[in-house]
Design a protein around this ligand. Sequence first.
Ligand code: PLP
Length: 391
Amino acid sequence: MGGRYFVQNPGPTNIPDRVLEAFRRPAIDFSDPDFIALADSVWTELPEVFGGADEIVVLTTVGHGAWESALTNTLDPGDAVLIPDCGLFGKRWAMMARDLGYEVVSTSEHLRSPTDPAEIADILAADTSHRIRNVCIVHTETSTGSVTDLAAMRAAIDAAGHPALFVVDGVCSLGIEPLRMRDWGIDVVVAAAQKGLMMPPGLAFCALSERAVERNHSASTPRFHLAWAPRFERGHIYMRFGGTPPIQHMFALRAALDMIAENGGIDASVARHRRWAAAVHAAVDGWSSGGPWEINIAEPKHRTAAMTCVRTGDIPAGPLIDMARDRFRVSVGSGMMSSLEGRTFRIGHLGDLNEPMLLGALGGLETAMTVLGLPHGHGLPAAVASLASTA
Ligand SMILES: *Cc1c(COP(=O)(O)O)cnc(C)c1O
C-alpha cells in the first residue's frame, strides 16, 4: 500500500526527513573538532529548552535509563522518595525505585486526573522529619492523558516548607507543555528524545539545577555508567557521554533542535501542540455525541497537549485499533494497565505533525469506526472547526 504510514502513537513519534537524513551523515571521529563543536552547541542550547537548567546530562539510553540516573545520582541507599500513583509511568518509576532499594511513599491511585498538589502538600507536611528526599512528579502521564500543574506542585512543596528535591518526568512534555525549571524551582527534569523532540529512541537527558548538582556530590548510591559527575567534565568528550558518543544521534538532535528553533522556538512548539490537542478533543466530543466515546481526563485544564486517552465504554478497543492500522495505516496507542487496557486507545498529537496529518489520522479512525459499525457522532467537522478557529 502506498502513501505514508501515520504514526499517531504517543511515542515514538513521526521522525522528520531532515532528522532521518542527519543519521546518514558519514561517521567522524568523536574527537574531531567538528563533533566537539556540535556537542558544545547542544550543551549551550539545551538549558533554555528546559526553561533554565544549570547543568545538562546527555545519556545514550531511553526514558527508563534517565529515571534510574535521576534516582541513583541524588539518593543515599534506602532513602525515601515520594512518587504519586498517577498512571503507568508513575507506577513504573515507583517500581524501579523499590527495586533499587529505596522506600517509596505514594498517593491514592488517580487515573482520571493529574496528581493533586493538595495531596502532596499534606504528605509533605506530615513528613516533619524530612525523610522524603525527592518529590518525583510525572508531568504528562502518557497512560491517562493528564498533565500536572508544576507551578502548583512547587507551591505545595514550599507551603510544607519541605527541603526535598523536585524531580520531574518530562519525557512526554519537553517541547510540548510549558516547562520552566528556573521559575518553578525544579531540580531535575528527566527527558527522552523520541516524543516531543521528534527523534528515534536512544537519547535521554537529565537537566539539573545547582541544588541537584550539590546533592549529587553527597549522594552515595553506587552507580557507574549513569553517574553524572564524570560527565560534567566538558573537556573530555568520551567521558561526557559515559563512553563512545552516539555520534549520529547527536547529528540528528542538532537537526531537531534547528527545526524547532526555525519554527519559532519552544514556545511556538508548545502553542502548536495546544492547537492540535484542541482539535483532537473537539473530534472526540463529536464522536461522543453519537456513541460511548469519552476523553479519559474529564477536566479540560487537566488534559495534556501531547496525547489523548479515549475511553470506548463497552466497545472493545482492539478491533478499532487494528482496523485503523491495518486498513487505514493510522497507528494509535492501545490502553495501558489492566484498568484501561482494552477499553481505551491513545491518540498521540506530538512531534513532527501538521494539520492535514492530524485530520488524516482522525479521518482514518472515524472511517474505521464506520466500517466496524461502531456508534459515533461526527468528529471530523468539529476538528476542522477547531483548527479553523485557532489558525
Ligand atoms: C515514554 C515515557 C517514559 C518511558 O520512556 P522509555 O523511553 O520508554 O523508557 C517515561 N515517562 C513518560 C511520561 C513517558 O511518556
